[in-house]
Design a protein around this ligand. Structure first.
Ligand code: ZN
Length: 188
């Protein structure tokens, strides 16, 4: 659950990060930056700031900002229908370092240190790619992956075929891809 006041602060923070990274974004687009906590209620550990540039029935482009060590939970993109095998996605690093993990690989102490604590069971992809600005990686439909901002955070682009985020599969069954928002007054 994200408080509206926190949402506004996080949207401004993401806007500043996008500008710093050279992502052209207009001031009137700040409100469209989604603050996604995956229903896990610990946004700064598992969450993302998401700016959708375009998402049609055929393709999508998005910019993402992750805080230092903020992690996008492990997920995969399943088939959308019998003619569409699921989202194929290319991630391109723009600013900071993005630690990216694809299914395969083996657990070592360095990687286990990057998995949010207590979540080892739901972060199974262990093939590490360290993405610096200009590096990119393409993820095939169905392949499990997760990623994380480095010591200064990270800004990345993702280009893909159609994104239907609510269809994404998450290893952590507690994930709810629809962020719930709450007005401050409701908590006071
Ligand atoms: Zn993905």
């Amino acid at each position: 659950m994200i408080k509206r006041r926190y949402e506004r602060m996080a949207q401004q923070r993401a806007y500043d990060a996008f500008i710093r990274a050279g992502v052209p974004i207009r001031k009137d687009e700040i409100d469209s930056i989604a603050i996604v906590d995956f229903g896990l209620d610990r946004f700064e550990i598992e969450g993302m700031h998401l700016f959708t540039l375009v998402n049609t029935t055929r393709y999508a482009a998005k910019a993402l900002y992750h805080l230092p060590w903020q992690t996008e939970p492990e997920h995969w993109h399943p088939p959308i229908d019998e003619n569409n095998p699921g989202k194929q996605e290319t991630i391109r690093a723009l600013w900071g370092i993005c630690y990216f993990y694809l299914e395969g690989g083996t657990l070592d102490s360095r990687i286990s240190g990057r998995i949010p604590s207590g979540q080892e069971d739901v972060y199974t992809a262990r093939k590490e790619y360290v993405l610096h600005p200009g590096d990119q990686i393409t993820i095939e439909p169905g392949a499990k992956h997760w990623f994380q901002g480095g010591p200064e955070g990270a800004v990345i682009y993702t280009y893909s075929s159609t994104a239907v985020d609510v269809l994404d599969g998450f290893t952590d069954v507690k994930v709810n891809r629809r962020t719930q928002y709450v007005e401050e007054e409701a908590l006071d």
